[in-house]
Write a protein that binds this ligand. Structure first.
Ligand code: FES
Length: 168
């Protein structure tokens, strides 16, 4: 069903938690800390449908000062090189990844201390994860953030073969 489908181009990003849960994400809401978001598509009648039916669809979105986001981040898939989105699901065993309280601007997985750097394409900088958190292309639509394309690499829990199939 559509609420379990992964983020698709044109999906609106909405707050997944906190006081603004359910509201569209705005650039002004974002910071160097994890802001969790769901992609929201449309049902077959064109009504809003949040893709929270699969918990692996949870995303995290960051805003860093200009110049801090660098390779291997795909800059084309960011907004002005300042706002970047990733899958929030750890590529090791599927936990939701949080802020790294010891290293501001980095992420830490509460399950086995996998560490990621969201300024560098969420590459793995510590612990057992086998690959980066998958970057999701985003863009502005007016004052709202929307999905610009499919994940740029294999998000948890896609196997390599499922991912190859998905990319076709
Ligand atoms: Fe994240 Fe194991 S699930 S480090």
């Amino acid at each position: 069903t559509r609420d379990k489908m992964p983020p698709a181009p044109g999906d609106l990003l909405i707050h997944a938690e906190g006081a603004k849960a359910g509201q569209p994400l705005a650039a002004a809401d974002l910071s160097e800390k994890v802001t969790r978001a769901w992609p929201q598509g449309k049902d077959k009648d064109g009504n809003p449908l949040t893709r929270s039916g699969d918990p692996n669809n949870i995303l995290t979105v960051f805003k860093f000062p200009a110049g801090q986001i660098v390779a291997p981040t795909n800059m084309e898939a960011t907004i002005n090189g300042e706002i970047v989105a990733y899958s929030d699901i750890c590529t090791h065993a599927g936990c939701s990844v949080a802020d790294d309280s010891l290293n501001p601007g980095r992420m830490n997985c509460p399950c086995h201390s996998g560490q990621y750097d969201p300024k560098q394409g969420c590459k793995v900088v510590g612990g057992p994860p086998p690959r980066p958190l998958a970057q999701l292309p985003i863009k502005m639509d007016g004052d709202k953030l929307v999905v610009g394309g499919f994940f740029l690499s294999n998000p948890y829990p896609f196997t390599e073969s499922e991912w190859e199939e998905r990319k076709k």
